[in-house]
Structure formats: structure tokens, C-alpha cells
Write a protein that binds this ligand. Structure first.
Ligand code: I24
Ligand code: DGL
Length: 272
């Protein structure tokens, strides 16, 4: 089926997930919406996150997507079940694939999770991991400054290294051998996080794992695009389009992108 896959995120961070989906599924068209105007979601209340995410979901439904990927950990934590109940197409989040990989990979049965405040508070990672193996010990840590330092484009600087070292100072205890990067932005800090935690720790980047899950679900529901096709990649942002285009082109390194702004007013109109 040649309808697009829909991805939603609080802003640009979900582009880490989009990149994996683009690379993994070369025939699939994609519509991505990033709520840059109201980003970050990571410090917001559950109620706000639900309200905003449902608006993004409605927008994607109006684009006739065949499946929805909640490409934001914070939105997944608070809305996955709600969205699943709301629409009649497959919906996946970014938490399940990473949790599943962690459960599979950990030998010591001690798993760490790094995420936003709101994701950690939701307890959704624990729930997801313990639901697969209740003998696993999960330790979660909110790292609010990590999103900030990446968004300031300082993620390769000494300042970022210091922030990572400080936040993770007393995080790794015992024989924790697997740590989930439970936020879209954290893969950009991988070198510093890996250095701090040690090379014996496996870091899990949800983006790639989520793209395999997308592939699996499309096959299962016989929704995969039939080649040969010329796919389209349409990106919408609730904020200004220029900086978003620059970041998207730089990160995705492809000329296939159409980037457009959609105002919150118009986004809300599609609700009626
Ligand atoms: N990375 C992120 N957010 C930004 C940024 C960045 N500016 C530079 N880089 N700004 O997130 C956030 C606010 N903007 C967003 C666009 O609309 C206006 C407001 C991480 C993105 C991860 C894919 C650094 C940077 C870049 C290109 C690629 C990757 C990257 F410029 F981290
Ligand atoms: N996309 C968010 C996440 O993965 C991080 C940015 C935000 O706080 O909105 O949790």
C-alpha cells in the first residue's frame, strides 16, 4: 500500500528516528510533524502532552497515513495507549522497541534508562521492561540539561562533556550493563555518555530498533509499499520552517525532503 507512514514528535529530535526509518525503508513515503512551537514536551504535564499529541495525531490522520509512529519518548510514555484506542491503524511508540532490546541484551539484569523528567515520572519504561521480565532491575534518571545542550548545538563541546559527567556521576551502580537512551536527543551525546559509563555498557538507541518494528508491523498488516515507487518525505513544523529545514537537511543528508510550516491555528482547525 502506497500511503505514507506518519511520524510525530515534539520538535526536531524525532529526526533521529526519521533517519533510521528513511534508511531502513527506502520505498516508504513519510509524513513527519514536529511540534517545534511547543517543544520541549519533556518538562510538561501529562495533560498538556496528551492534548498536543492528539492534535498531531489528527493532523497525520488527515494526511491519510497508514500507520503512526510516536517518535518522541515523552509523548509515547503518556499517550501510546490513548492513541492506540483512538485510531484504527497500527500505532507504535519508541519505548517498546528499546525496552525489548534491553531485556534481550542484559546479562546482569540491571538496566538503566536516561530520559526527560516527564518520561521518567510516567514510569512507562519500568512498566514496559518489567512487563517482559519482572526479574530485571531498572534504574531511571532524568537528564533535562541534555536536551538543552543538544538544542543549543553544543553537543560536541567540553561543556556538554561536563554536563554529561556531572549528571551521570553516581548513576551507574553495580553491574548495570545496558542503558537505554530514552530520549530522541541523547544519541547525539553518545560519545560522552559511553565514555562516562564505560565501554562495557551497551547503549540502546531506540531509533534503529523502532525502524525495524515499523518494517515488521507493515509486513504483518500487509501495508508495505510496493516497489518500484518514488517515495515522498513531507515534513511539517509548527515553528518557523527555515531553521527546521536546515537541521533536517543537515541531519538527513537527502534531497528528498519537503519542509513546510503549519501554524498551530491550522493544526487545531483540522480537529473539526
Ligand atoms: N539540534 C536540535 N535542535 C536545535 C540542533 C538545533 N540547532 C542546532 N542543532 N534547535 O535538536 C532547536 C530549536 N529549533 C529547532 C528548529 O526550529 C526552530 C527551533 C537535535 C536534532 C537532532 C536531529 C544541531 C544539529 C543540527 C543538525 C543536525 C543535528 C543537530 F544543526 F544536532
Ligand atoms: N522528543 C523528546 C523525547 O524524546 C525530547 C524533547 C522534548 O522534551 O520535547 O522525550
Amino acid at each position: 500500500m502506497n500511503k505514507p507512514i506518519g511520524l510525530l514528535d515534539s520538535g526536531v529530535g524525532g529526526l533521529t528516528v526519521l533517519k533510521a526509518v528513511i534508511d531502513c525503508l527506502p520505498n516508504e513515503s513519510i509524513v513527519y510533524i514536529g511540534d517545534t512551537k511547543r517543544c520541549p514536551y519533556g518538562n510538561r504535564s501529562k495533560e498538556e502532552i496528551i492534548e498536543y499529541t492528539l492534535e498531531l495525531v489528527q493532523f497525520l490522520m488527515d494526511q491519510h497515513v497508514k500507520m503512526i509512529v510516536i517518535a518522541c519518548n515523552t509523548a509515547t510514555a503518556h499517550t501510546l495507549e490513548i492513541v492506540k484506542n483512538k485510531v484504527d491503524i497500527p500505532v507504535i511508540g519508541v519505548i517498546e522497541p528499546g525496552s525489548e532490546a534491553a531485556v534481550r541484551l542484559t546479562k546482569s539484569k540491571k538496566v538503566g534508562v536516561l530520559a526527560t523528567v516527564s518520561t521518567v515520572d510516567s514510569g512507562f519504561y519500568e512498566k514496559s521492561i518489567l512487563g517482559k521480565d519482572e526479574s530485571i532491575h531498572v534504574k531511571s534518571l532524568a537528564c533535562p540539561e541534555f536536551v538543552e545542550i543538544v538544542e543549543k548545538n553544543l553537543y560536541e563541546t567540553v561543556e556538554a562533556k561536563k554536563i554529561v559527567e556531572k549528571r551521570l556521576e553516581s548513576f551507574k551502580t553495580g553491574n548495570m550493563d545496558t542503558v537505554i537512551l530514552g530520549c530522541t536527543h541523547f544519541p547525539l551525546l553518545t560519545p560522552f555518555i559511553q565514555e562516562r559509563l564505560g565501554i562495557e555498557v551497551t547503549l540502546i538507541d531506540s531509533g534503529a530498533l523502532t525502524s525495524y518494528e515499523v518494517e515488521k508491523v507493515l509486513k504483518e498488516f500487509k501495508l508495505d509499499a510496493k516497489a518500484p515507487v518514488t517515495r515522498t518525505i513531507d515534513i511539517y513544523t509548527t515553528g518557523p520552517e527555515k531553521p527546521f529545514r536546515t537541521i533536517a537537511q543537515n541531519w538527513l543528508q537527502t534531497s528528498e525532503l519537503n519542509v513546510r510550516a503549519i501554524s498551530l491555528e491550522r493544526l487545531k482547525l483540522t480537529h473539526d
